[in-house]
Design a protein around this ligand. Structure first.
Ligand SMILES: Nc1ncnc2c1ncn2[C@@H]1O[C@H](COP(=O)(O)OP(=O)(O)OP(=O)(O)O)[C@@H](O)[C@H]1O
Ligand SMILES: [Mg+2]
Length: 257
């Protein structure tokens, strides 16, 4: 049975649906990339998959059961990196992770060991007792990643997980996603960074105005779109605008009297 399944999910905040009939399922070991322009519904899908909001219609299932029936049990096996960096600014990195790990039910001694090792591996040890409020964007993002991984979840939902990460940290995260998939975890991966999606995702879905335009392996999407890269396929499928032309037009407006 699928680790995660969305059946015809719809979300309406207003009369215009933000997500309009999206269906997919994820098996262990799968890394499903979710691409789409700004406002196409990616984070809304993520919020439905984590159970933070409920679909207006349709269902999100895990192991064949609606996640809303046992949200606490479902979340125990879920690791989530949200789009917004909502962290307690007055807690230190260590205290925040201790709080998350305790809420996740990890035993105290094992938790302390795991937090220490993770902070070290993510190069955060020098700042571990410093308030998160003073952290840089990339440091906060690394804390969010550790918080999602700490309890060794089966299902990972990432909304732009590499946002703000430096080159080395991003490379580590990319390698880690591959290893997680090899260990049978399922990863739902939202991003605008097509080069990463192309490398780490086993399948890709492309959204436009809340609807799924494509859902296949990256190579298959390229073949069907008749394009040589995922980036070109994306532009071909999604964007009506010529990027070079629009940049010229913006410059003209800046110079206009
Ligand atoms: N809480 C909300 N209330 C009202 N409308 C919302 C809310 N959240 C999202 N929307 C709308 O739903 C649509 C999809 O937004 P969403 O955040 O899912 O897009 P996204 O694909 O994640 O975009 P981005 O690439 O900018 O992160 C947008 O039109 C947005 O204005
Ligand atoms: Mg978003």
């Amino acid at each position: 049975m699928a680790l995660l399944e969305a059946r015809n999910i719809v979300k309406c905040y207003t009369a215009v649906p933000a997500v309009n009939g999206v269906t997919f399922s994820m098996e262990p070991g799968e890394v499903l990339g979710c691409l789409g322009p700004n406002g196409s519904g990616k984070s809304t899908i993520v919020r439905m998959l984590t159970g933070l909001i409920q679909p207006t219609s349709g269902e999100v299932l895990s192991g064949g059961a609606n996640i809303q029936k046992n949200l606490i049990g479902y979340r125990e096996q879920l690791g989530y990196v949200p789009e917004e960096q909502e962290l307690y600014p007055f807690l230190s990195g260590w205290e925040y992770l201790e709080l998350v790990g305790t809420l996740r039910g990890l035993p105290r001694a094992a938790l302390a060991k795991r937090i220490g090792a993770m902070l070290d591996l993510f190069s955060l040890s020098p700042a571990k007792y410093v308030a998160i409020g003073t952290y840089s964007k990339g440091m906060r993002q690394r804390i969010l990643l550790i918080a999602a991984l700490l309890h060794d979840p089966t299902l990972l939902i990432f909304d732009e997980p590499l946002s703000g990460l430096d080159v080395t940290s991003a490379l580590i995260a990319k390698n880690l996603i591959k290893l997680l998939s090899e260990r049978g975890k399922a990863v739902f991966y939202c991003s605008h960074v097509l080069e990463v999606v192309e490398k780490v995702c086993t399948r890709v879905m492309i959204l436009r105005k809340g609807k799924m335009l494509a859902h296949a392996a990256s190579a298959e999407i390229q073949e069907r779109a008749g394009q040589s890269s995922l980036e070109n396929s994306f532009v071909h499928l999604v964007e009506e605008r010529d990027a070079a032309r629009t940049a010229q037009d913006i410059l003209s407006v800046m110079r206009a009297a």
